[in-house]
Design a protein around this ligand. Structure first.
Ligand SMILES: Nc1ncnc2c1ncn2[C@@H]1O[C@H](COP(=O)(O)OP(=O)(O)OP(=O)(O)O)[C@@H](O)[C@H]1O
Ligand SMILES: [Mg+2]
Length: 375
């Protein structure tokens, strides 16, 4: 912002003239002036500008209503009030109306100009930062299956690990709320859990971050509740709040979902960008997967659904059979590798770390790479 474009609103022509004469800094340009009334509102709503300067030599009343109307309709401008010293009630009202700064009209021309410039720049920076946060390009990936033991945790942990080793900032959230095992897979001793975090009733980024446990790979882990009864404390609104907040900080938020298809699971799926539905090549798993796909269609979540086949090779059912049955080509096929999987769980080290050359590890790594390329 080289020059600051100002819309000037004041009731009397005299006030408008006086205030204009106070703006002696060349960088401050009055682009339009009007009364703070209905006609002024119309003009102000479409005028390109950086600042709305509302001025009065008396105590402001209507001016504040005008500022409030503008604040709700235009989020792209900074509203400044130029008025005599205000009592505390009027000052509080001014703040409620979205006024970024109140400047005493009896200040020197130099002070008035420098306060306007500083406030306009500071407010512009704040708006830019907020926009950056809102558009932060993060991805939430949920690993789900209605059937136990198919490999959700294996996939979530190793995908998170792969992304972290590729220099991505990764959070791994254990939403297998009753019997989460992420801590076991990563050899994280007992620590704060999602249930402790929810009890604090604060979902600010700094609070949520203080409940994340840093794994040596760089993954920031949120453990599931330490005991099943605590799982009941966690509600869908908490899941929404946690995931949406983490989105502003991490490149990837990987979620290990439980088998329960309750409100919390639905909230996570709705917030996720991708849902990896993990299946095995067995009839029970495929049957459950087919039913889940129907439910996700009913919830209008089918577009983000991707199929992952884990433990490929355990039966005569092939990947092609899976694709035909589920009417979707799997995006990732992880071979059955008992040795690598057992070694990983027993040591509490991701498979990609303790058996990096196993075919299963290579497939997950390649999938993570492709994911990053797509972003
Ligand atoms: N590709 C694989 N080859 C061999 N064994 C595997 C593979 N993937 C996972 N396993 C093993 O299968 C078991 C279940 O895996 P995992 O715990 O990841 O499943 P899950 O879906 O998270 O289970 P739950 O529903 O209980 O949370 C584990 O012992 C794991 O080591
Ligand atoms: Mg699991």
């Amino acid at each position: 912002m080289d020059s600051v474009r100002i819309m000037l609103a004041a009731h009397s022509a005299d006030d408008r003239k006086l205030i204009s004469s106070l703006l002696t800094d060349e960088a401050l340009r009055v682009v339009s002036s009007f009364r703070p009334d209905a006609d002024g509102l119309r003009k102000a709503s479409s005028q390109p500008a950086d600042v709305l300067l509302v001025g009065t030599r008396a105590q402001p009343t209507q001016e504040l209503d005008f500022a409030e109307r503008m604040f709700t309709t235009r989020s792209d401008i900074t509203i400044i009030l130029l008025a005599p010293a205000l009592d505390s009630r009027t000052l509080a009202r001014a703040m409620e109306c979205g006024i970024a700064r109140v400047i005493d009209i009896s200040s020197s021309e130099h002070d008035i100009c420098s306060h306007i410039t500083a406030t306009a720049h500071r407010d512009l920076n704040r708006r830019n930062t907020t926009q950056k946060i809102a558009s932060y390009d993060s991805k939430i990936v949920a690993c789900y299956s209605p059937k136990g033991g198919v490999g959700k945790t294996t996939l979530a942990v190793n995908l998170a690990y792969a992304l972290a080793t590729m220099n991505k900032k990764v959070a791994l959230i254990d939403l297998s709320l009753q019997f989460g095992e992420v801590g076991v897979f990563l050899d994280i001793a007992k620590g704060d859990t999602i249930a402790d975090m929810v009890e604090e009733h604060s979902f600010e980024l700094s609070t949520i971050k203080s409940y994340l446990i840093r794994h040596q790979s760089g993954i920031q882990v949120m453990l599931s509740s330490s005991s099943p009864e605590y799982a009941e404390l966690i509600q869908s609104t908490h899941i929404n709040a946690i995931l949406s907040t983490l989105r502003t900080e991490f490149d990837y938020v990987v979620v290990d979902m439980g088998v329960t298809f309750g409100d919390c699971a639905i909230a996570a799926m709705e917030t996720a960008d991708t849902i990896l539905l993990v299946v095995n090549e067995d009839i029970a798993s495929l049957h459950d997967a087919k039913r889940s796909i129907k439910v996700m269609e009913a919830l209008n979540q089918q577009d983000k659904l991707r199929i992952v086949v884990n433990k490929d090779g355990i039966s005569t059912i092939t990947v092609k059979n899976v694709a035909n049955l589920l009417e979707a080509t799997p995006v990732l096929v992880i071979p059955f590798d008992l040795k690598a999987a057992m070694l990983a769980v027993n040591r509490g080290i991701p498979m990609l770390s303790c058996a990096p050359n196993s075919k299963a590890s290579k497939e997950i790594r390649a999938f993570a790479q492709a994911m990053i390329r797509r972003m």
